[in-house]
Design a protein around this ligand. Sequence first.
Ligand code: C2E
Ligand code: CA
Ligand code: CA
Ligand code: CA
Length: 279
Amino acid sequence: QLILLLLFSATFSWGFHRLLLRSGAPSRELQRAVRQQEFIPYLQPLVDSHQLQWCGVEVLMRWQHPVDGMVLPDLFIPFAESTGHIVAMTRSLMQQTAAQLGTLSLPAGFQISINVSAAYVADGSLPADCAAFLAAFPPDSIRLTLELTERELIATGPQTDALLGQLHDLGVRIAIDDFGTGHSSLSYLQKMDVDELKIDRSFVAGIGSDSLSADILDSILQLAAKLGLTVVAEGVEFVQQEDYLRQHGAHLLQGYRYARPMPIGEFILRPEWHNRSSE
Ligand code: C2E
Ligand code: CA
Ligand code: CA
Ligand code: CA
């Protein structure tokens, strides 16, 4: 365990060092990168489990770094969250996404899911930023969904209730990301007005091999059905996983089986979300 911990912190600080400490002032480096619009959206399709058609996207942040090239979020998001820079970074991501998708004719009810950190929830600007995002699209044409991860505790209580109420009034949906990995899965559901659960890919990876995680997966699917929540399964790679999830009531599927995250320019050109058979 100690060795794992050492390995982990060595990897983390190496990546962190390379990217941020090299500049001497990591906070200013992030500010600079926001100004230069180096944090850009990649899109990964959400597929409906009935027809297996593309019906939405998750927006995933990438750092298009002038020296290091395309950097994955795990290397910089923890620092950005702990310093509060994540708010400006996410706002920039939402603005770029709205500007590039807002003018397209998207399928009716197209879902756009955005990852939102606890710092952004606490910041107070989230409802106004969501309203601005929605204003870039024709009225009632998209389903904007905010993914709050269970890894980061969001304070429950009257303030959070009021905020979620404001977001719901705008038509914004709330998802719990990485569901089942934290300590608070069930109390979250009890205390917060949630619309969607995203099953962590560790449970999807266990389908067909690991009976314990299959049991947990089944319980999550049953619970979500009872509570009337939308279920999204992430990390779908194999047809066996797809079959299982479709048969057991997952509504949306996401994973390399359908597509890896891609730049918006590439996404727009993909035939999959144009060629939708009429129901
Ligand atoms: P996440 O929200 O759980 O996002 C899903 C991650 O799983 C993405 O990694 C995606 O590329 C990856 N993935 C998708 N399908 C598959 C699959 O079939 N197999 C495997 N092995 N992986 C798959 P990515 O893009 O590297 O993002 C990592 C994490 O960084 C995200 O996990 C999320 O927690 C965080 N993140 C990404 N963008 C943002 C953002 O804009 N804001 C915040 N706060 N966090 C973000
Ligand atoms: Ca997510
Ligand atoms: Ca997730
Ligand atoms: Ca995950």
